[in-house]
Design a binder for this molecule. Structure first.
Ligand SMILES: Cc1cc2nc3c(=O)[nH]c(=O)nc-3n(C[C@H](O)[C@H](O)[C@H](O)COP(=O)(O)O)c2cc1C
Length: 119
């Protein structure tokens, strides 16, 4: 799951790098989920996500996408020592869809080698 959505992001190549390794493992059907393409509005649902009373088509589609996963890996940068707002927004749109799934993180920031353009 690519968590960065900004212009000029390096999240996509980092995700491709990880997906290749996940494919080589052989135990997973690897699928890319790009939060830029998911394009959720800033949290606009009136109900708590655990109630699943979704009012926006974007939320229903997002719910179905995450429901279908057995495991997920968040490929995420660090912005101001925190998560990208698009990631927090995507997480907060749902509740039980995330539960009891294996979760992994590939995280990068300004100083590691992953970000050649930042040096
Ligand atoms: C708003 C903003 C805040 C950032 N804050 C941090 C930070 O706290 N720690 C860090 O290591 N890098 C920080 N960086 C550098 C980013 O991690 C780096 O630019 C990375 O490439 C961002 O990922 P992206 O290109 O996929 O958006 C920040 C960059 C931006 C744009």
């Amino acid at each position: 799951m690519i968590a960065s959505t900004r212009e000029g992001r390096v999240g996509a190549p980092v995700a491709e790098w990880f997906m290749e390794r996940a494919r080589q493992h052989g135990g997973f059907d690897v699928e890319l989920v790009d939060l830029k393409a998911v394009n959720l509005p800033m949290l606009s649902e009136p109900n708590h996500p655990r109630l699943k009373k979704q009012t926006q088509e974007t939320t229903t589609a997002w719910s179905a996408t995450v429901d279908a996963l057995d495991a997920f890996v968040l490929v995420t940068p660090e912005y101001n020592f925190f998560s990208p707002p698009a990631l927090v927004n995507a997480l907060d749109h749902l509740y039980s869809e995330w539960s009891y799934k294996a979760a992994g993180f590939v995280s990068y920031g300004g100083s590691p080698a992953a970000c050649a353009r930042c040096r």
